[in-house]
Design a protein. Structure first.
Length: 120
């Protein structure tokens, strides 16, 4: 997990971890930015750095994100960060039911591209 800062102040968090999805090991990501810091590109910049970290240090082929279907900001962040739109999934979570859209990012393809273009 990483702290997201703006002007030296913490304004959110972002990270990635290993989990299972559809029977496969994947990395999953999640993030938040406090309302006062939203709309300034901070989450997009943090997501780009997190993706670079997952490409470098991760071991799985896919990075997944599963924001609520009602979360337009996170949906836009997934699209702008290069994630591919997946299906809507509904599942129980901590005593409630979540309705999310699954998003995936091909980490393996990014690793291979980095090997083909060293120094980029």
């Amino acid at each position: 997990m990483f702290v997201i800062e703006a002007d030296g102040e913490p304004v959110g968090g972002i990270g990635w971890w290993t989990t299972q999805w559809n029977g496969d090991d994947v990395h999953e990501t999640g993030w938040f930015v406090v309302p006062s810091a939203q709309g300034h590109g901070i989450a997009l910049a943090a997501t780009a750095l997190m993706i670079d970290d997952a490409v470098t240090y991760g071991t799985q082929k896919l990075l997944t994100a599963c924001p609520s279907v009602d979360n337009r900001a996170s949906t836009s962040l997934c699209e702008r960060s290069g994630f591919m739109r997946g299906e809507v999934e509904i599942f129980p979570f901590r005593g409630t039911t979540l309705t999310v859209r699954m998003w995936t990012l091909d980490l393996e393809g990014r690793r291979q591209a980095a090997v083909r273009t060293p120094g980029s």
